[in-house]
Design a protein around this ligand. Structure first.
Ligand SMILES: Cc1cc2nc3c(=O)[nH]c(=O)nc-3n(C[C@H](O)[C@H](O)[C@H](O)COP(=O)(O)OP(=O)(O)OC[C@H]3O[C@@H](n4cnc5c(N)ncnc54)[C@H](O)[C@@H]3O)c2cc1C
Ligand code: FES
Length: 264
């Protein structure tokens, strides 16, 4: 698998909601080989503060030239990133990790919660580009309509017409958890492949529903990451049977078959 370290120029920085930003970077080597579910490690500054690179999923690639990231401002690194203007250079490494396996699946459902929606847009776009497009349902969850911003519309605009929303406060779509939409919108008789990314409790609920229904489930995990290249062991997660060496989210994942990992 090709990996690159690239000086990437910021092409566009868009503020989508008070906390969420979309950053477009010129990074042809990474864009040329990225697959949905993979991520990049971003060096935020050229000095040593913040010292560590930040992991961000690839939201989409544009024309084999550009990489787009969708991120929420949560701390120092993302706050600095949000203040950067077009023309600035950022050092990226990637594409990293193992992405989603979506080939030859007759029916695919994407379930995203919060910033877990970021990698699913790239996945939806690639699924909908296939010559034989599978049945495709997208389920998105957030606290409020305002938090989701333009994301539901973005999915519909690329042809994901079966996009359904759940919000905690009912300000958009179903009031409740996104996992409840699985029962509402997925025909239990179909051999669904469910790809999910989001908060751990949400994914745990999705995994349980898939297990009960006998559906394939792929999960994209998020852990703290210091290196992103399998050197620091900071991203270790236990295997499903709690035996053997730990799995590393940066190298073995971030996307795993649900049955590979322990759901504690
Ligand atoms: C594979 C992967 C993909 C991700 N994709 C996205 C994405 O597409 N969009 C997005 O908004 N966020 C994503 N995250 C989370 C994102 O990496 C953190 O929100 C970000 O690193 C926070 O940095 P900070 O300096 O603003 O926050 P701080 O809290 O100041 O960060 C301090 C340290 O903790 C680490 N850290 C803090 N929160 C997380 C976290 N949730 N996951 C991993 N490391 C963390 C930082 O990398 C840094 O080393 C992803 C995380 C992983 C592991
Ligand atoms: S982040 Fe360092 S080993 Fe995975």
């Amino acid at each position: 698998m090709n990996q690159f370290e690239e000086q990437a120029e910021i092409v566009r920085q868009e503020q989508l909601t008070p906390e969420i930003f979309r950053l477009t970077l010129k990074a042809p080597e990474i864009a040329g080989s990225a697959r949905p579910g993979q991520f990049v490690m971003v060096r935020i500054t050229t000095c040593y503060d913040p010292l560590l690179r930040r992991p961000l999923s690839i939201h989409q690639t544009i024309g084999n030239e550009q990489v787009q990231l969708l991120y929420k401002v949560v701390g120092k690194g993302t706050r600095l990133l949000a203040a950067m203007d077009p023309g600035r250079q950022l050092n990226l490494t990637g594409p990293l990790g193992r992405g989603f396996d979506f080939t030859d699946r007759p029916a695919i459902c994407l379930v995203g919660g919060g910033m877990g929606i970021a990698p699913l847009y790239f996945l939806a776009r690639e699924i909908l580009r296939a010559t034989k497009i599978p049945k495709c349902v997208v389920l998105l969850g957030g606290r409020t309509a305002a938090e989701l911003g333009p994301l539901p519309r973005d999915f519909r605009e690329i042809g994901a017409t079966q996009t359904h929303i759940a919000t905690d406060d009912g300000s958009l779509g179903h009031q409740g958890f996104v996992v409840e939409l699985l029962q509402q919108h997925l025909d239990p008789g179909h051999p669904w492949t469910v790809c999910t990314c989001g908060p751990h409790p949400m994914m745990k609920g999705v995994v349980k529903e898939c297990r009960d229904q006998g559906w394939e489930c792929q999960v994209s995990l998020e852990t703290m990451m210091a290196c992103g290249i399998s050197a620091c062991l900071g991203c270790a997660v236990p295997r499903a049977d709690l035996s053997g060496p730990y799995l590393h989210v940066c190298k073995d994942g971030p996307v795993f078959k649900a049955e590979e990992v322990a759901w504690l």
